[in-house]
Design a binder for this molecule. Structure first.
Ligand code: OFO
Length: 171
């Protein structure tokens, strides 16, 4: 595998674990605030991010490349209100979309079409991740400042259940 593509994929494993860590910090914040539905939503997001890391890990191993696990940074969990974690999550997803695009660009440049093909699932996934994060910000702005609206949103997010990411389920 092209060295730059390899390094970006190996770094992405860390970024996905960081995403899991960030979302666990957000879940902890909401748990502390008594919003168990929001906490549930982010704990499931934590599981999804771990799945993303494992998909990249498996891809490197399948390509006979070494996985090098590195230190995961401490997430910033100093949230000032119930809206700010949702905004932080949206910004983070946009950042992750950028890093996936960077791998795609490097793979294209290296004519590594196997990796280009592999990344297609993540390109689609990032569209969904950003849309979900944006919806949560919008819904909170519309309904979250009213006690009944906040209660209803929390109930809605409580209903989310974990589904293993498709590339792992079929692996
Ligand atoms: Fe891994 O998609 Fe969110 O960060």
């Amino acid at each position: 595998m092209d060295e730059k593509v390899y390094e970006l994929i190996n770094d992405q494993i860390n970024k996905e674990f960081y995403s899991a860590y960030l979302y666990m910090a957000i879940a902890d914040y909401y748990e502390d605030e008594g919003l168990k539905g929001f906490a549930n939503w982010y704990m499931i997001q934590t599981q999804e991010e771990r799945d993303h890391a494992l998909i990249f890990r498996k891809y490197l191993l399948d390509n006979d490349c070494k996985v090098v696990l590195t230190e995961i940074a401490q997430p910033d969990a100093s949230f000032s209100d119930h809206l700010s974690p949702l905004q932080a999550a949206l910004e983070h997803e946009k950042y992750i979309t950028g890093t996936i695009n960077d791998i795609y660009a490097a793979a294209t440049e290296a004519k590594d079409f196997r990796t280009v093909n592999f990344l297609k699932w993540f390109i689609d996934e990032q569209l969904e991740e950003e849309a979900n994060a944006r919806d949560m910000v919008t819904n909170f702005k519309l309904f979250g400042n009213d006690a009944k609206g906040l209660y209803d949103l929390d109930r809605e997010y409580q209903a989310r259940t974990y589904v293993q990411a498709a590339p792992l389920a079929t692996a």
